[in-house]
Structures are given as structure tokens and as C-alpha cells.
Design a protein around this ligand. Structure first.
Ligand code: NAP
Length: 259
């Protein structure tokens, strides 16, 4: 069944990997959202060529937004640009996808690596959600809005990972220590839990989603999943979110992952 995601959607880090495929499948869906905002650090640069071509093909649907999620001025400006284009000032779905991984063992990891990854993977989604909160609240409280929580009403999806699961660490650690990445995403999980508690009174559904191990620059060529498969599953999961998923961590097939 095709994923039903309507209204307006913002995806961060959308010029390659999972982010680019999210924008592609959303825009090529039989029932696409009304507006897709594709956040990208350098929309005019060489790394955004495919995204520009996609936006060119779906001019009425996709708006490219210059957005560096580690830079408050960039986030504020992006919110101004997106806000001016939103219908009724409402953003229905924010997908915090942008992230970095500096793989490192304990010996290879220092303050610089920890701080850089934490800034992108944890602080970025926090600042983004805060800045776009007025638009998410508007979406949740529109007179015509459904009373149930869903991605069509108002939702924040934080793209997390299985390897941030503290319970699963004994199974996933060996061969892939990745200190900065695991720690930053475990903190993102707690951010998700806090935001979920905080924002449910506003009708905004917040959850975290593991896209699987995916063939991208980050996942590497040995990953079992293509971006197409991962994103198809991911969009189906997002499409079926309801109140019972507030503050959960699910994988791309909808299965729960322990914190
Ligand atoms: N691939 C996997 O196996 C896997 C598994 C579990 C979870 N995930 C999660 O899935 C999400 C997408 O991963 P991916 O595999 O698609 O990674 P990727 O191929 O490395 O792409 C990362 C994206 O994030 C963007 N980005 C990084 N820092 C940014 C910043 N400061 N501001 C704006 N954009 C920024 C990159 O933009 P630039 O081109 O400008 O660098 C790029 O578009 C991430 O949250 C990742 O942690 C991936």
C-alpha cells in the first residue's frame, strides 16, 4: 500500500543518501504531499546536482532550502524562508535526517570528534525542532486538523539508529565501536523522548526511526539495503504513525527497538 503523507514536509540533509531518496519517493508518490522542503547545506554546489534535477522536475512541489543544521543563523533563515511559503503557516512533518559519522575506537576518538558529531546529530535536531515549533503547532491546531495524532496532522521524526540502543550494545559493539556516533544518537533518542512528552499536549507526535543498514556514503557498499527499499519501508512506517507511537524507536519495518 502506498504511504499516505499529505500537507507539508521538511527533510534535512536531502542532497544525498536517505534524505535524497526520501524527497524522491515523496515527490513521485501517487498521492504526494502539497509542499516538500528539501534542506541542504549547499543547494548550488556539486553535491546537490541530483537534488536540483529532482526539484527541477517537480517545480511546484519541491523547494530547495539552504540549511546547515549546525548553524543557528542558517536554521533561523531557513525557518523564515519556509515559513513565508507555508500554507496557513503550518508544517505537518519535520524529518531530522541530516547526520554525520566519524567512525572511531576509543583510541581514535577525542574531544573534537565527539563535539562535531554531537553538534550535528543531537544539537541540530533540537535547534531545528525548536525553530520550526510554531509551524508544527499551527499544523496541529488548524480548525480542519484531525484530532488523532499522525504525520498528516503534525509530527517530528528523528532519524536514529539501532546501534544507539543501549540494550543492544553488547550485540552491536564489536567491530563497530563508533563512539561519537553511538553516543550522539543515544542522546538524540533521549531528545526524542523529552520532545515526545513535551509536545504531545500540542498534538505533535515525536518519535525516532532506524532506517536499517543502508547503502549510502555513511552505510557503505556492504550494507544489505538499498536506499529505495529502506525509504519505502520508512515512509510506510511514518504514514501509519498514531498516538501509540509517541516517543518510540521503530525500525524501517515498523518493529520496536529497545532504548
Ligand atoms: N546509512 C545507514 O546505514 C544508516 C543506518 C542507521 C541510521 N542512519 C541515519 O540515516 C540518516 C541519513 O544517513 P545517510 O546514510 O543518508 O548518510 P549520508 O549518505 O552520509 O548523508 C548524510 C546527509 O546529511 C547531510 N548533512 C550532514 N551534516 C549536515 C549539516 N550540518 N547540515 C545539513 N546537512 C548535513 C549531508 O549533507 P552534505 O552532502 O552537505 O554533507 C547528507 O545530505 C542519518 O541520520 C544517519 O545517522 C543511516
Amino acid at each position: 500500500m502506498a504511504a499516505k503523507i499529505s500537507g507539508s514536509v521538511l527533510v534535512t540533509g536531502s542532497n544525498r543518501g536517505i534524505g535524497l531518496e526520501l524527497v524522491r519517493q515523496l515527490s513521485e508518490s501517487l498521492c504526494p504531499p502539497n509542499q516538500i522542503f528539501a534542506g541542504c547545506r549547499d543547494p548550488n554546489g556539486p553535491k546537490a546536482k541530483e537534488l536540483r534535477e529532482l526539484a527541477q522536475k517537480h517545480q511546484r512541489l519541491i523547494t530547495l532550502v539552504c540549511l546547515d543544521t549546525t548553524n543557528q543563523a542558517s536554521i533561523t533563515e531557513a525557518a523564515r524562508v519556509v515559513g513565508a511559503k507555508l500554507k496557513d503557516g503550518s508544517l505537518n512533518l519535520l524529518i531530522n535526517n541530516a547526520a554525520v559519522n566519524i567512525p572511531g575506537s576509543l583510541a581514535e576518538t577525542g574531544e573534537k570528534q565527539m563535539m562535531e558529531v554531537f553538534q550535528t546529530n543531537t544539537v541540530g535536531p533540537m535547534l531545528l525542532t525548536k525553530e520550526f515549533l510554531p509551524y508544527l503547532r499551527n499544523a496541529a491546531s488548524q480548525p480542519g486538523a484531525q484530532s488523532e495524532m499522525s504525520c498528516r496532522r503534525s509530527a517530528v521524526v528523528n532519524v536514529s539508529t539501532l546501534i544507539a540502543s543501549i540494550e543492544k550494545c553488547p550485540e552491536t559493539f564489536h567491530g563497530a565501536p563508533m563512539y561519537p556516533y553511538r553516543v550522539s544518537k543515544a542522546a538524540l533518542n533521549m531528545l526524542t523522548r523529552c520532545l515526545a512528552e513535551d509536545l504531545k499536549k500540542d498534538g505533535i507526535l515525536v518519535m525516532a526511526l532506524h532506517p536499517g543498514w543502508v547503502k549510502t556514503d555513511m552505510g557503505g557498499p556492504e550494507a544489505p539495503l538499498s536506499t529505495e527499499e529502506s525509504v519505502k519501508g520508512t515512509l510506510n512506517v511514518i504514514s501509519s504513525l498514531s498516538e501509540k507511537h509517541v516517543g518510540t524507536l521503530l525500525d524501517w519495518e515498523g518493529k520496536g527497538i529497545p532504548w
